[in-house]
Write a protein that binds this ligand. Structure first.
Ligand SMILES: Cc1cc2nc3c(=O)[nH]c(=O)nc-3n(C[C@H](O)[C@H](O)[C@H](O)COP(=O)(O)O)c2cc1C
Length: 231
């Protein structure tokens, strides 16, 4: 709605600052025979896409992050209409709902959404659709992505970058759902106002992948890197 206030503009943005930091060192060299102390390892970044048209930028987002950390990706069924799998970085595994079920056959087998939740240092859902936003806010978990979120450990950061038509963004449900996930500790990377894929002009376009990357990266720059004993 042109001229009317954005109903969710009051939602606080926690970590939105541009940055272009240098890559972090991941190796520690010691003389032969000495036991390695805990050494930094790469950040483990779980990127997730939902069925917004902005998922056409998901491969680009994966490239941004894979230059910095170890990336794994999750895609909803709807998002696969927009993702160019061939354009993903070669070392990025893309998990779908099919993998969730094909990787499990009997008691004792690993459950994919729990393993990915354990593995990740951070999760970034970009784009976040209105549908998945609503499901997360309501605690629903009917696919791989929402099961990971439903099991999420909120001592680890979870970022979302919503992307939807302005009519959807301005709908009263959006404000309710954004407030709920904010209370959970989810960090919002807000959408921007521009000409949308459908031709409408307004708020709801996903933040650019470079901005999403720099926002997450800046958050980690203020924390010590994760360590792992390499003996
Ligand atoms: C061409 C097309 C574009 C769409 N773009 C968006 C969008 O930008 N944002 C959104 O929230 N939903 C969009 N949708 C609707 C979602 O794809 C739909 O709600 C779907 O159920 C989302 O599923 P997911 O949240 O599991 O990925 C679009 C649908 C179509 C057919």
């Amino acid at each position: 709605m042109v001229g009317s206030p954005d109903p969710v503009s009051f939602v606080g943005l926690r970590f939105l600052v541009m940055a272009s930091p240098e890559p972090m060192s991941t190796e520690t060299e010691l003389p032969v025979g000495q036991v390695n102390p805990p050494s930094p390892r790469k950040q483990r970044i779980l990127l997730a896409a939902t069925g917004s048209v902005a998922a056409i930028k998901f491969a680009n987002l994966c490239h941004c992050f894979s230059d910095w950390g170890e990336v794994r990706a999750v895609a909803t069924k709807a998002s696969l209409h927009f993702i160019d799998r061939a354009a993903l970085p070669k070392d990025v595994i893309l998990y779908t709902d099919e993998d969730e079920w094909s990787s499990w056959s009997k008691i004792g087998d690993k459950v994919l959404h729990i393993e990915l939740r354990r593995w990740a240092d951070v999760m970034v859902i970009a784009p976040l659709s209105a549908n998945t936003l609503g499901k997360i806010a309501g605690g629903l978990c009917d696919n791989l992505l929402t099961c990971i979120v439903r099991a999420w450990d909120y001592s680890k950061p979870l970022f979302v970058a919503p992307a939807m038509n302005t009519f959807m963004w301005n709908n009263p449900f959006t404000e309710r759902h954004i407030m709920t996930i904010d209370e959970l500790g989810v960090s919002l990377i807000p959408p921007v106002t521009k000409r949308l894929a459908c031709g409408d002009y307004g708020n709801g376009a996903m933040a650019e992948p470079s901005l999403i990357y720099s926002t997450v990266r800046l958050f980690f720059e203020s924390r010590p890197p994760p360590t792992e004993v390499m003996n």
